[in-house]
Design a protein around this ligand. Structure first.
Ligand SMILES: Cc1ncc(COP(=O)(O)O)c(C=O)c1O
Length: 393
């Protein structure tokens, strides 16, 4: 597997939607990727928050193989044991009442938009609200919610009736929300936007306005959820009064899976045939997802807070050491952003040369989303390499 050969073929064959890394991955094990050329890379990005149990997790692989040997797909006309088992786990961990499975984050956002539309159908509540810096997906409904211009501007016309209010501005909430507001979509800890947490005051105001106007709140936990921040969903740590949770990425542990979970108010909105997905809740993905949930239940989720604190404290110490280079450290659990005073691409390249994969989002924020199985030694390794790179730039 030669990288130049792959690169030529990819350039020839694909729409150029992805800027790929210049490495050919041969296999993964634990928190490491191994390249065809024999390099070992510590993965602090975890497949963009997907590989929560790392690579080659024995229990997960066994569950997948066992399901593959039974059947890899049956239609959603059948009762499916793995789907039901996973829904039960998600309900227990999230406290929600009902679950619907799809295949990705953007589909989960679309399902939530439909749920909101149906809930308020025939009423004047038609407006949807999201926030500056937000990312909710790339299909037309989810893209219309996504506020970041670089993802949306070329694709107009988008869904009408969507307002993007200023994230963390209680005044803008007050100005923008009214009796026509149907739902608010929010990432309490924004991912693509640069690991930006909502303020207490902002969430309090949002909850207060919900009491006044009766809209629904959909918490986008696609990146921040599935235990990453130390609780199953990040929004619970913010005290948000959510009615809907949208999730994806980590719930399948690496297989395509998305879900929406709804609380009491919305639990009976959909009826037969009103929403569906051919592949949604695929049994192999669900079998994998059950292992993710079991591992969360047996301590992995709470350990994320402890590991995250270790990582955060070490980075905070580095910020003191390099105040001209590191502007801010933000995040919760194993979702951390290091805001630099300069563009971060150089850092990602230098880290990769030294065998550590990190991502840069929003131009100058180094984003860390490592697998939950990361050890203290691996955290120390990352810090050592990061210190070396920061010193050198
Ligand atoms: C917060 C958030 N919402 C939605 C999405 C879209 O998910 P997907 O790429 O699975 O469609 C993402 C993906 O990065 C995300 O981070």
């Amino acid at each position: 597997m030669d990288i130049n050969n792959l690169k030529d073929r990819e350039q020839n064959d694909f729409f150029h939607t992805y800027k790929r890394l210049e490495i050919a991955v041969e296999k993964g094990e634990g928190c490491y990727l191994y390249t065809a050329g024999g390099s070992k890379i510590l993965d602090m990005f975890g497949g963009l928050a997907v590989n929560v149990l790392g690579y080659g997790h024995k229990k997960m692989n066994d569950a997948i193989k066992e399901q593959v040997d039974k059947y890899i797909h049956i239609s959603n006309f059948f009762y499916q044991e793995k789907q039901i088992g996973l829904a039960e786990k998600i309900k227990t961990l999230s406290g929600a009442n009902k679950v619907f499975f799809c295949n990705s984050g953007t589909e989960a956002a679309e399902a939530a938009i439909k749920l909101v539309r149906k809930y308020f159908s025939g009423s004047n509540k038609t407006e949807l609200v999201s926030f500056t810096g937000s990312f909710h997906g790339r299909t037309m409904g989810a893209l219309s919610l996504t506020a970041r211009k670089k993802y949306r501007e070329q694709f107009r016309p988008l869904l009408p009736g969507i307002k993007h209010l200023e994230f963390n501005s209680a005044d803008d909430l007050e100005r923008g929300i009214n009796e026509n507001t149907a739902a608010v979509f929010i990432e309490c800890l924004q991912g693509e936007g640069g690991i930006n947490p909502a303020s207490k005051e902002f969430i309090l105001k949002l909850n207060e306005l919900k009491q006044k106007f009766g809209f629904l709140i959909s918490a986008d936990e696609i990146q921040s959820g599935v235990g990453r921040t130390g609780t199953f969903s990040a929004y619970t740590q913010f005290g948000l009064d959510a009615d809907i949770i949208i999730m994806a990425k980590g719930i399948g542990g690496g297989l395509p899976l998305g879900a929406i979970a709804g609380f009491e108010r919305v639990e009976n909105v959909f009826t037969y045939g009103e929403h569906g997905s051919t592949f949604g809740g695929n049994p192999v993905a669900a079998a994998s997802g059950i292992v993710v949930m079991e591992e969360l239940e047996t301590g992995l989720m709470s350990a994320n807070s402890v590991k995250g604190k270790l990582l955060f404290d070490k980075l905070a110490a580095m910020k003191l050491k390099y105040p001209d280079k590191i502007k801010n450290i933000r995040g919760m659990g194993l979702m951390i952003g290091i805001e630099l005073t300069f563009p971060g691409e150089k850092i990602t390249i230098e880290m990769m040369k030294r065998g550590v994969l990190v991502n840069c989002t929003n131009e100058n924020v180094i984003r860390l989303l490592p697998p939950y199985i990361i050890t203290n030694n691996e955290i120390e390794l990352f810090i050592r390499v990061f210190d070396e790179v920061i010193l050198s730039v």
